[in-house]
Design a binder for this molecule. Structure first.
Ligand code: NAD
Ligand code: TYD
Length: 353
């Protein structure tokens, strides 16, 4: 079996669902259920004996040690993190605790477990750390996309905390020989994304007739990947990735934010037309995010060449599926907008002109 952390969040839940669709290998899913963790994402697995959910913190060494001892996983895949840049600007402390201290404790527990293994079990064990392209900092117009040798220049508390975790993971391979692999992926979108991130927020706000807040001039560029393609990359890395290596993951879909928002509006105009007018009219430019990175772009040649991975979706097919999923799941959309979510919206958006 494998141990997955953060498997009730956006990418982790997609990973767990896809895994169990394709394999009978069991999963232990360790998730703290922070605001971003949602058991509804994995409700379909409630009666599935292959899935064991454990509510807990990756930073709880005793718990993680016990899970390793009890379930003897052949690998751990670490998705658990505080993941939203705007929240890291308002409250960085949680990012330090989970992304740095939590990853450190997970590495320590993983190292102790791995040291106790023998033979093939020891040789085949993997610690996969799921990270982000944001650790590389911001690109200027025309600069080549990030490859794995790009220097680390994180600019937000989120990306700095992920960078610190990547460094720890690297050090545990270099110093102790722990068979780690880090993936650095570009921006994901798709089903079950919490509506604090751009694509999900725009869909949910548009359906509620609320303004679509575009930061600054909307010309910041992100490199978009459909979440299930990220999941297939992580599966491929677990299967064939080389310990100690890092792999950049992306779909060569660089787009300015404003184009993303227009695409969402155009799709909604077609799939759920308003009686009068268009969703485009809801677009509102608001005060920029402090320290806003201008451009991210991933060079995914290494994973394509060495592991034969490539995305299944284009941006057009992926964004269509995503908008359709939000339209098909009104109960999920409504339940996710709790009181805490509304408090977050007030905190992040009410002060912006
Ligand atoms: P998310 O915020 O949707 O989910 C994070 C999950 O981790 C939640 O279920 C939460 O409850 C859980 N969690 C948080 N703190 C925890 C702790 N201390 N112990 C156990 N569980 C905890 O995040 P996501 O978008 O699914 O991202 C998953 C991973 O992928 C993160 O490591 C993130 O940095 C990375 N990543 C995300 C993107 C993206 O576009 N979303 C892109 C590249 C990499
Ligand atoms: P986000 O989804 O938060 O991901 P990240 O900051 O990790 O790239 O934001 C994606 C881009 O969209 C980023 O440039 C910020 C911008 N953005 C907005 O313009 N408005 C919003 O309300 C949000 C949440 C993001």
């Amino acid at each position: 079996m494998i141990l997955v952390t953060g498997g009730a969040g956006f990418i982790g839940a997609n990973f767990v669902l896809d895994w169990l669709n394709q394999s009978d290998e069991a999963i232990i899913n360790l998730d703290l259920l922070t605001y971003a963790g949602n058991l509804e994402n994995i409700a379909g697995l409630a009666a599935d004996a292959r899935h064991t959910f454990v509510r807990g913190d990756i930073g709880d060494s005793a718990l993680v040690t016990e899970l390793f001892a009890r379930f003897q996983p052949r690998a751990i895949i670490n998705f658990a993190a505080e993941s939203h840049v705007d929240r890291s600007i308002h409250s960085p402390e949680d990012f330090i605790q989970t992304n740095i201290v939590g990853t450190f404790r997970l590495l320590e527990a993983g190292r102790a477990y791995w040291n106790g293994l023998n033979g093939k079990a020891k040789q085949n064990f993997r610690f996969i750390h799921v990270s982000t392209d944001e650790v590389y900092g911001s690109l200027g117009k025309g600069e080549p996309a990030f490859d794995e040798t790009h220097c680390y220049e994180p600019n937000s508390p989120y990306s700095a905390s992920k960078a610190a975790s990547d460094h720890l993971v690297r050090a545990y391979h270099h110093t102790y020989g722990l068979p780690v692999i880090t993936t650095n992926c570009s921006n994901n979108y798709g089903p079950y994304q919490f509506p604090e991130k751009l694509v999900a927020l725009m869909i949910v706000n548009a359906l509620a007739g609320k303004p679509l807040p575009v930061y600054g001039d909307g010309q910041q560029i992100r490199d978009w990947l459909y979440v299930k393609d990220h999941c297939s990359a992580v599966r491929r890395v677990l299967e064939a990735g080389v310990p100690g290596e890092t792999y950049n993951v992306g779909g060569r879909n660089e787009k300015p934010n404003i184009d993303i928002v227009h695409t969402v509006c155009t799709l909604l105009d077609a799939l759920r037309p308003l009686i009068i007018g268009s969703y485009h009219a809801l677009i509102t430019f608001v005060t920029d995010r402090p320290g806003h990175d201008r451009r991210y772009a991933i060079d995914a040649s290494k994973i394509e060449r060495d592991l034969g991975w490539k995305p299944a979706e284009t941006f057009e097919t992926g964004i269509h599926k995503t908008v359709q999923w939000y339209l098909d799941n009104p109960a999920w959309v409504s339940n996710v907008q709790s009181g805490a979510y509304r408090t977050w919206l007030e905190k992040n958006y009410e002060g912006r002109s």
